[in-house]
Design a protein around this ligand. Structure first.
Ligand SMILES: [Zn+2]
Length: 257
């Protein structure tokens, strides 16, 4: 078999230990407050004149949005140019974008922090603080101790039941699935050893290949579940692995599906 052999640690105790070793102190905070100009977790500020709070609704921060609504939703441009007296900060109310992990159980908290850290380390695409907050709320609502407590399909339907807008649902689901896949790899290992026996290979988990983690589209998976004859499935897997390994060695792009 191709690929490195990863020592397996069975049981959640092993996973918790790995997470404790993997999540760095700056991502282990209950309250993560990335800078506005952070390359991955950066956020935009409210467009009201003179305001520096994070943008949340209709281009505005929460207090400005609330004030605009309370004034009967006047013309936005007029309101934003002269949004009235400065909004005074309330004690205990953060004036920056933040992710609050405190409602999560100890292990699933580390799992999501590890996912945020991994996206940050990859520096491949931006990750919206709002999206992470949505996922944290969603996971906290299920009361699960680990992302591995639910299958990928169960997480997708959990996200759908929360009934967000279509764009937000897509973003939140992508991050949720990314996080679950990441934790699964941390739990059981990586590469061909794990993927080969599955009916669905995750291309991102195969050595030498990479995909954009923000866009886990259908073609990021190679599916074998539709092949009912075991011998044919095995033969197909062998052939695809041969193609993938060959492609990776020659630095070719793999295309399939
Ligand atoms: Zn504002």
């Amino acid at each position: 078999m191709i690929g490195v052999t990863v020592p397996r640690t069975h049981g959640r105790a092993g996973l918790l230990e790995k997470l404790m070793g993997a999540v760095r102190p700056e991502f282990r905070a209950e309250l993560l407050t990335p800078a506005a100009d952070d390359p991955v977790l950066g956020w935009k500020t409210c467009v009201a004149e003179g305001c520096g709070r994070p943008k949340r609704n209709g281009g505005m921060c929460d207090p400005h949005y609330a004030r605009w609504r309370s004034q009967g939703k006047p013309d936005r441009a007029v309101f934003l140019a002269d949004p009235g007296p400065a909004i005074r900060g309330r004690p205990g109310h953060l004036e920056v974008a933040f992710i609050d992990f405190s409602e999560l159980g100890p292990q699933v908290k580390l799992e999501l922090q590890y996912a945020v850290q991994s996206r940050w380390d990859e520096q491949a695409s931006v990750l919206s603080v709002e999206v992470v907050r949505r996922v944290v709320r969603l996971v906290a609502g299920t009361g699960t101790a680990s992302l591995l407590d639910l299958s990928r399909a169960e997480w997708v339907s959990t996200a759908e039941r929360a009934r967000p807008s279509r764009r937000r649902l897509a973003e939140a689901t992508m991050f949720l699935i990314y996080a679950r896949d990441l934790i699964e790899v941390l739990d059981v290992g990586d590469g061909w050893e794990v993927e080969y026996s599955r009916d669905e290979w995750r291309v991102s988990r195969l050595p030498g290949l990479s995909i954009n983690p923000a866009r886990p589209r259908a073609r990021s998976y190679v599916r074998f579940g539709w092949i009912s004859q075991p011998w044919l499935k095995e033969l197909t897997k062998r052939w695809v692995r041969f193609r993938v390994v060959l492609g990776a060695c020659q630095n070719f792009r793999v295309s399939h599906g």
